[in-house]
Design a protein. Structure first.
Length: 269
C-alpha cells in the first residue's frame, strides 16, 4: 500500500504510450518517490502518435510537471522534443525518460538497455562473450542492442520486419567499434542469448517473435513484454529448460536508474 498525502504541492510525472494499460510503473515509481522523500506521483497517459507533439507542448507548460517516462511507440518521436540528451540517446536518437531542465526544455535518456542486461544477470545469465540475437529494432530494442554490445557480447544479430529500421540500428551500433554486428532472422539456432524487444505476446494470437521449435535449453531468453507477466515466448522457453528474464524483471532492474534520473535536479548530463 502506497501512503500518499496528495496536495496542491504534489509534483506530477507522466508516462506516455499507446497502448498504456500494460505498464506497471505508475505504482512502483510513485512508491519509490515516497521512499525517497519526493512528494510526487506518476500518472499514465495514453496518446496517439498524431497528437503526441501537441501533448508534449502542453506538458511543457504544466509548471508542476517534472518528468516524462516514454513507452511504445513514442521513444523516437520524444527524442526530437528534447533540448539535450545523454550520449547513448544521441547515438540511438531515442529516449524513454525526460526530466525538466532548470534552464528550460527537456533532457532525455534511454535506460531500457541497462534494465534488460540487469534482468539477464539477475536471472543467472551473462551477455559477455555470447552470440546474441535481438528481435526488434525500435526504441527499446535499440537501447537493448547497445547495452548488449557494451556488456561484451561476441556477436549481435539484429532482426526486425522493418528492414530500414534494422539497418539503421546496425549502422549505429557498428560505430561503437565492438562485436560483430549483422542482420539476423527469426531463427534462434546457434544463439546463446535471445532478446525479444517487440510487443509480440501482449495480445492473444500473436505469433512468436522467434521460432521456438529451434530454441535449445542452453539459450538464455529475455523478453520485454510485461503483460502477461510471463509471455508466451518465456513460457515456451521455460518448458525447454531455458533460463529466462521477463519484462517485469527488466522493469525491476531499471526502476532505480529511472528514479535517479528523474530526481536529478542539478542539471547533470
Amino acid at each position: 500500500m502506497i501512503s500518499l498525502n496528495l496536495t496542491g504541492a504534489t509534483r506530477l510525472n507522466v508516462i506516455v504510450g499507446d497502448p498504456i494499460a500494460q505498464v506497471k510503473s505508475p505504482g512502483g515509481v510513485t512508491k519509490a518517490f515516497v521512499d525517497r522523500g519526493y512528494d510526487g506521483i506518476l500518472v499514465p497517459v495514453q496518446v496517439h502518435g498524431a497528437h503526441l507533439e501537441a501533448l508534449l507542448t502542453a506538458l511543457t507548460e504544466v509548471r508542476n510537471l517534472d518528468g516524462i517516462i516514454v513507452t511504445v511507440p513514442h521513444k523516437f518521436a520524444c527524442f526530437a522534443f528534447c533540448a539535450s540528451a545523454t550520449k547513448r540517446s544521441r547515438l540511438l536518437c531515442s529516449v524513454n525518460i525526460l526530466r525538466r531542465r532548470p534552464e528550460g526544455g527537456w533532457h532525455g535518456d534511454i535506460v531500457d538497455g541497462l534494465g534488460f542486461v540487469g534482468a539477464v544477470r539477475a536471472n543467472g545469465g551473462e551477455p559477455a562473450g555470447k552470440r546474441a540475437l535481438l528481435v526488434g529494432a525500435g526504441g527499446a530494442g535499440s537501447a537493448i542492442g547497445m547495452a548488449l554490445v557494451e556488456a561484451g557480447v561476441r556477436s549481435l544479430a539484429v532482426h526486425d520486419s522493418e528492414t530500414a529500421r534494422r539497418e539503421q540500428l546496425i549502422a549505429k551500433l557498428k560505430t561503437l567499434g565492438r562485436a560483430d554486428i549483422h542482420a539476423g532472422s527469426a531463427d534462434p539456432s546457434g544463439f546463446e542469448l535471445v532478446a525479444n524487444a517487440t510487443p509480440l505476446g501482449m495480445r492473444a494470437g500473436d505469433p512468436y517473435p522467434v521460432d521456438v521449435s529451434k530454441l535449445n535449453a542452453g539459450t538464455f531468453v529475455g523478453c520485454v513484454v510485461t503483460s502477461p507477466a510471463v509471455s508466451p515466448l518465456v513460457e515456451s522457453a521455460r518448458r525447454l529448460g531455458c533460463r529466462t528474464s521477463t519484462g517485469t524483471d527488466m522493469y525491476n532492474a531499471l526502476q532505480s536508474s529511472m528514479i535517479d534520473f528523474l530526481l536529478a535536479r542539478d542539471g547533470a548530463r
